[in-house]
Design a protein around this ligand. Sequence first.
Ligand code: ADP
Ligand code: ZN
Length: 601
Amino acid sequence: MSPSLASARACLSSVFGFDSFRPGQEEIIAPILAGEDVLAIMPTGAGKSLCYQLPAIIGDGLTVVVSPLIALMRDQVAQLTNYGVAAAAMNSANDSDESRRVFDLIRRRELKLLYLAPERLARPDTVDFLRRSGANRLAIDEAHCVSQWGHDFRPEYLALGEFRRGLGQVQTIAFTATADAATRADIAERLFDTTPRIFIGGFDRPNLMLAMQAKDSPRRQLLGFLKDRKGDSGIIYCSSRAGCEDLAQGLNDAGHRALVYHAGLDKKVRENNQDTFLREDGIIMVATVAFGMGIDKPDVRFVAHADLPKSIEAYYQEIGRAGRDGLAAETLTLYGLGDVRLRRQQIEDSQASDEQKRVERQKLNALLALCEAPRCRRQTLLSYFGETTQPCGHCDLCITGVLLRDGTVDAQKALSAIWRTGQRFGTEHLVNVLIGQDNDAVLRFGHDQLPTFGVGKEHSRDQWRALFRQFYAGGLISQDLSEHGGWRLTEAGGEVLRGRARIDVRTETLKAKGKSAKREKALPPVLRNDIDHDLLAALKKLRRELATDQGIPAYAVFPDRTLIELAAEQPASLAEMRGIHGIGEAKLDRYGALFLEVLLS
Ligand code: ADP
Ligand code: ZN
């Protein structure tokens, strides 16, 4: 008889020390326990791993987990071992002793979960051995790697179909966070012979605080964002290698601990940096998007973008690396017109087909609309993924509120300046005209003689830049890339210029100048005020020592939330510790007494 949901719930608390399932987990685990094939689409951080780990732990046989990154496997195995679960990895990082040990465990049928590197899939000896050793379920992590349409295609994943047949058509469960329907259909077709049960989880990540700001002085904006976050782990994405190096230097100079990660670094250095980030607390990784796939460090407290991400999907995936432990985490995305121009140029210069370019342009426009959104940012984001919600109350727009004002007259001034200068100039020149700056170029073209010269003196240069961005996001103007990015009027722009339509603009982007508006720090959903910070520091110190001794990441000992709850509840006995999040039987045995000592001292 297959194990029941009741035993899954019991295992959730006794092994993992979690008191309830996260949304979606139970609905996915139930059909898995019933033996069905499942394709689950869950946002990053929703808790996918548990969905294949729990059935493996409470059922018979061996679950083979295919996962694309060795670092990730190693951490998963460390975490599971700490929970007292028999798990191991088979990959190129194993030395011969380790390999022998793993083979023995499998042969003796003592293992519950085996993490297998994709390169191994195509080896007939591996398949045969696993089939003979009772492998009865295949779990595929990051399943979109099988699709050429996904963003992380891995040719090794194509061997999965053959591998599955080699195991004897075992039950197959696949997981991905990809939001795109075409990729989903492709995954289902490539991995399964018959249509699996498809489960699509919600995309909301309520513990992520969303914020976006127009670039004004990026270094200062980022340092401001980091000010209250010393000691937290975080990622800052930059679009270029030089940008990464430069920013990391600046952060280190300002007393933060920053490391870099990009494709231009020596492989050793890169791996070292990644390792340090995973293992230690309080490091800021300044990285290109080359960093992050498969990084499942649960306690990343913030993700920032120093430059505009590529699309909403990319944005969502990148910020999704924060707060996987469910605790509050913050995000900040900076965007500037320079980013937009660069992105447009990349799209136009690429080898892609016209159709693809059109899609890319639409994706960029959707992202810009999110940047300049007039209402709750989470609502705007989720509506892109086809979900509707109430205003969230804890994004930047909900907190500061968005004041709109009639921007029609400003728009008419800008549009008129564009029109009268022949629709071939970019923002900077047009702003000079609007604020009445008679520099060389303005004089040379005789633009100081235009009726629009100096009609926009009431706004600063920065304010005009922000307005141009909004006119662009609002579809009033478009950029002609073949002519150095000069602005042109769109049809909608023409309507506004002729007074037949109006446009609202956000008032607070106009305040972008000077100090960025002070934002009340939202009280994170699960962070508590009532904790003894010295005690928390002592608990963290013990955690660090234990992790260092074992060569495992700190969160594999206990996640942050466990320490926070310990410091708040201050249990006085091992029995009382049982109710704390993240403390299952194995961890209670292993670490309970040590932490109790700190609590009682
Ligand atoms: P992803 O879906 O991105 O693969 P993970 O499986 O890595 O997410 O889970 C993210 C974090 O959430 C992990 O630290 C995990 O221990 C934790 N987690 C998963 N399920 C639960 C739960 N039911 N209760 C509390 N924490 C959970
Ligand atoms: Zn909101």
